[in-house]
Design a protein around this ligand. Structure first.
Ligand SMILES: [Zn+2]
Length: 146
């Protein structure tokens, strides 16, 4: 629909079909640019679309408003598996109804919020708390501390 809007949205294989606004929410109805997919189980290409149920997915906020994407959750028939397969998208967590980038945004907010709380409780600087956290998370990943 709108090339600028698609560029701003920056998600693969989709275009914004309808953009609407209701109070503090922006709704973007998306349309796929690809008519088929690789079967998530066997990688066989299929365009045997069986159904597409629109799902509301929360995405990153824009212009101080909440953003929801209306994305068709498509189901295809794979002739190789002889089964119906739900489409997987690299940017959507269908179960949680969020984009992965929205989840990352919330995760970063939680981290900043907790650090801020510890700054107040422990009378430390923001940098000190963050450096303790970053240092220990690195060590814990390496398995050198419990
Ligand atoms: Zn298959």
């Amino acid at each position: 629909m709108d090339l600028y809007l698609d560029t701003l949205l920056n998600l693969p294989n989709v275009t914004v079909e309808i953009c609407s606004q209701v109070e503090d929410c922006i709704y973007l109805q998306l349309k796929f640019l690809n008519s088929g997919i690789s079967c998530p189980a066997c990688s066989n290409y299929t365009d045997g679309l069986r159904q597409a149920r629109p799902i509301l997915i929360r995405d990153l906020p824009a212009f101080g408003k909440r953003v929801y994407l209306k994305i068709p959750h498509r189901q295809f028939y794979c002739s190789k598996c002889q089964r119906y397969r739900m489409e997987r998208l690299e940017f959507v967590d269908w179960k949680q109804h969020h984009t992965y980038r929205y989840q990352e945004y919330i995760y970063q907010k939680i981290k900043a919020f907790i650090v801020q709380q510890i700054v107040q409780e422990e009378q430390l600087s923001f940098e000190e708390v963050k450096s303790i956290f970053d240092h220990l998370s690195k060590e814990k990943k390496k398995g050198t501390v419990n």
